[in-house]
Design a protein around this ligand. Structure first.
Ligand code: SAM
Length: 259
């Protein structure tokens, strides 16, 4: 990787700390039917550890300058895909493999953390995600109601997953050294999800409810059956003057199921 000119615009901060790589790998619950998706292979430092787990690894990298470096990794279980992950047809790619458990394990390009997570949870039945993200973003994933970090993504993620911190990561663990602190977070799909009649209705409701954070539910949910929503809120001791950030995941589920 000598003379490689890192592109800040692609979030290119490569992990050079072997301890962190080990912690990531050891926190994964890999089974014989597992398949791993890595987004942003970079120079392949994490990829080389992932392939040692012995299950299929599909690694995406947008920067074709990394092609020869990555192609030199000799592993039968590695599939390299040089394209923008956000444009990838995941269902089609995964259909070429047989597997029972999908993992996302990656040191993500931070500028598209949320779109990557949204894509993965909408397009794949994902069992586990172990991802390196910016520390502040990681705090939002775990945020609880009535805190400044609580947003629609916190609700979606908490609906699907148990969320735990694997490790904080110092800026010195990367080359080039980033400006922000990082954290590795592990998401494990709940064994049993809360009962939802229609996931699309739930997703839309939560997104709309948080559309303008300072506005109350009555204002953000114009166009919904507000009478019905008010009825449900009443049973929860709340009303339409509450804001989305004051509702729990279970309360969003109750409202979505009433619509
Ligand atoms: N996995 C490597 C590591 O841990 O050292 C590199 C991680 S680096 C934080 C993020 C990588 O994502 C970069 O190599 C960057 O080129 C790549 N990347 C950025 N945008 C991408 C996209 N839309 N699709 C696929 N890869 C992308």
């Amino acid at each position: 990787m000598k003379d490689f000119s890192f592109k800040k615009s692609l979030g290119q901060n490569f992990l050079i700390d072997n301890n962190i790589k080990t912690k990531i790998i050891e926190s994964a619950d890999i089974e014989s039917g597992s398949i791993i998706i890595e987004v942003g292979a970079g120079s392949g430092e994490l990829t080389k550890c992932l392939v040692k787990l012995g299950v299929p690894v599909i690694s995406f990298e947008i920067d074709k300058r990394l092609e020869s470096e990555l192609s030199s990794i000799k592993a039968d279980n590695l599939t390299l895909i040089f394209e923008d992950f956000l444009c990838a047809d995941l269902k089609k790619i995964l259909s070429k493999f047989s597997y029972s458990k999908v993992h996302l394990i990656a040191n993500l390009p931070y500028y598209i953390t949320t779109p990557i997570i949204n894509k993965v949870i909408r397009e794949v039945d994902i069992s586990e995600m172990i991802i390196m993200v910016q520390k502040e973003v990681g705090d939002r994933f775990k945020a609880l109601p009535n805190t400044k970090d609580y947003n629609s993504l916190s609700v979606f993620l908490q609906y699907y997953f148990d969320i735990e911190k694997v490790t904080l990561v110092s800026k010195n663990s990367f080359i080039p050294r980033p400006k922000v602190d990082s954290i590795v977070i592990k998401f494990t799909k709940h064994k049993k999800l809360l009962e939802l009649k229609n996931e699309d209705v739930f997703f839309k409701l939560v997104r709309d409810a948080f559309k303008q954070k300072r506005k109350n539910l009555r204002n953000n949910l114009k166009g919904y059956d507000l009478e019905r929503i008010e009825e449900v809120l009443k049973t929860l001791g709340k009303d339409l003057t509450y804001r989305a950030e004051q509702l729990t995941l279970e309360e969003f589920v109750s409202i979505a199921n009433s619509l």
